[in-house]
Design a protein around this ligand. Structure first.
Ligand code: MLC
Ligand code: AMP
Length: 494
């Protein structure tokens, strides 16, 4: 039984979703999702974990689709609404999606692909009023969702979570952060990653709260909504707080005073998905009066560490394991490190994902016995953990998105003018890291703008390097940790 839907029945008449000028109750959500489920089932009794990909902007239709396919026994594969066709195709093909649900604006783009691959294409407008039929019972052990994440090897991998995993991820957060039915949150995050899907949208809907959606982050719109004083919670990546601060700073002093007075009803503001610079935490405190609650998580595990809701929120730290999450720090030999020494974070608990989709070897490698190896380094420091960065320089986090340096290098090496290259993330207060590429070229002159445009066609789902450096020769073992660190230094000094 999917308890999220059971929960929703008790809030039937309450407002669940606001998008634009439209508002929807839990009752409407339940009805539309049952219709979606009925249409998906067609003559079947259970979709038996068929992958249902969907490309729908944040809002009512997105949730009706997600809840609908879950009730029919499908696995949710949310597609990024900003991705171009090539990137969508990778996800659709890798998951072997059987059905593709779209909102009207994406139908033309996806129709040829659906036809070519024999995928059933449905428009959400046409299915959300479908006559209701009997729906199967879905046990919590069944797979529920596949989200894509980059690693140090190969193409992005699909992270499969079960209904039980998702429920564990939600319930630990709703308790720790005291969610209740009178809460009101704004979602400005993309809905193909856990931060937006679980922490914001699903925690709200589990709690009987209201979730308002904006299609895309815009500082001016978010400040307007803050000033309406309807929010009680807000969650974002550090880059977004940086941009909200920049917007406040360019306002005149009367406007600034008005903006800063907007937080009386706000009870919690959270930051995560990347390290929160202490400077951003402090500026935000001066502007809003709120000390951001920083927490640490990952697609594979949901949220693992959180500063305290009611107690101390220590700058530069991510607090303690959430209830139900076990954590250990280990050395390179997989032995627990003594307290106060740094080690890799390993996580165990019901919130930990089931497997990488169709990649048994990668799944096996990701675990040490039953501990998931996060690849993040941390240290325990007087009652709180501090994240020290990743143990691989090849994973870049930029704007809260995970990016594989190796994937960009592989693409760059296919360019006729590039003989060798190395890609690194360089520290940046706004983006966390910005991508930089060090190149050995066969031509003395390289047109970086042309190169960027070329790269966009090769890596349509990625942000491309912002900075380039031409080298005579790259340090030996450039792909190893030490020499990539040298490159980072060179970029920082240049
Ligand atoms: C965009 N730009 C960048 C950039 N991204 N520049 C450098 N580095 C980057 N990473 C540039 C663009 O090229 C463009 O410049 C300008 O910024 C505006 O681009 P945009 O795409 O419109 O950006 P914007 O909408 O402002 O997006 C910024 C953002 C977005 C922060 C809102 O990146 C975002 O939504 N991030 C959230 C990702 C997220 O949810 N992660 C959670 C993963 S789950 P120009 O010059 O072309 O105009 C996870 C687990 C956990 O991590 O713990 O939560
Ligand atoms: P993703 O794979 O996109 O889910 O990103 C997860 C990664 O984001 C983690 O492995 C960390 O490297 C990083 N991350 C998430 N939260 C934090 C945080 N509060 N501080 C530092 N890094 C974080």
């Amino acid at each position: 039984m999917i308890n999220l839907l059971e929960q929703a029945r008790q809030w039937a008449k309450r407002k669940a979703i606001i998008s634009g000028s439209a508002s929807y109750t839990y009752e409407q959500l339940l009805a539309a999702s049952a219709a979606v489920a009925s249409c998906l089932l067609d003559k079947k009794e259970d979709l038996k974990e068929a992958r249902i990909a969907f490309m729908i902007p944040p809002g009512f239709d997105y949730v009706a689709t997600q809840w609908g396919l879950w009730q029919a026994g499908g696995i949710a594969v949310p597609l990024c609404v900003q991705h171009p066709l090539e990137a969508l195709q990778y996800v659709i093909e890798d998951t072997e999606a059987e059905v593709l649900i779209v909102s009207s604006e994406y139908e033309d783009m996806l129709k040829p692909l659906a036809e070519k691959r024999g995928i059933r294409l449905l428009n959400i407008e046409q299915i959300k009023t479908f006559p209701k039929k009997a729906l199967p019972g879905i046990s919590l052990e069944r797979s529920a969702m596949i989200l894509y994440t980059s690693g140090t090897t190969g193409k992005p991998k699909g992270v499969v979570t079960t209904h039980a995993n998702i429920e564990a991820q939600i319930t630990t957060l709703t308790k720790a952060w005291a969610w209740h039915q009178d809460d009101y949150i704004l979602n400005i995050l993309p809905l193909h990653h856990v931060h937006g899907i679980i922490n914001v949208m699903t925690c709200a809907l589990w709690s009987g709260a209201c979730c308002e959606f904006l299609n895309k982050f815009e500082a001016t719109k978010v400040w307007d909504i803050f000033q309406s004083e309807r929010l009680t919670l807000f969650m974002a990546v550090p880059t977004i707080y940086f941009k909200l601060i920049a917007f406040w700073e360019q306002a005149n002093s009367a406007e600034q005073a008005g903006m800063s007075a907007a937080f009386a009803n706000m009870r919690l503001m959270v930051s995560g998905s990347a390290a929160l610079p202490v400077s951003v935490l402090e500026k935000w405190k001066n502007i809003s009066g709120h000390t951001l609650l920083e927490r640490y998580g990952m697609t594979e595990i949901g949220m693992a560490l959180s500063n305290s809701y009611a107690g101390e929120r220590r700058p530069g730290h991510v607090g303690l394991p959430l209830p139900g999450v076990s954590l250990q720090l280990v050395d390179t030999e997989n032995k627990e490190v003594p307290v106060g020494e740094q080690g890799e974070i390993q996580i165990k608990g019901n919130s930990v994902f089931q497997e990488y989709w169709k990649r048994p070897e990668a799944t096996k490698e990701a675990f040490a016995k039953d501990w998931f190896k996060t690849g993040d380094m941390a240290i325990y420091n007087e009652g709180s953990y501090k994240i020290l960065g990743r143990n691989s320089v090849d994973i870049i986090k930029s704007g809260g998105y995970k990016i594989s340096a190796l994937e960009i290098e592989e693409a760059l090496r296919t360019h006729p003018d590039i003989k060798e290259c190395a890609v690194v993330g360089i520290p940046d207060e706004e983006w966390g890291q910005v991508i930089a590429a060090s190149l050995i070229c066969s031509e003395a002159q390289v047109d970086f703008e042309a190169l960027k445009n070329w790269l966009k066609t090769k890596l349509p789902h990625y942000k491309v390097p912002r900075r380039f450096m031409i080298q005579e020769e790259l340090p030996r073992n450039t792909l190893g940790k030490v020499t990539k660190k040298v490159l980072v230094q060179q970029f920082q000094n240049s």
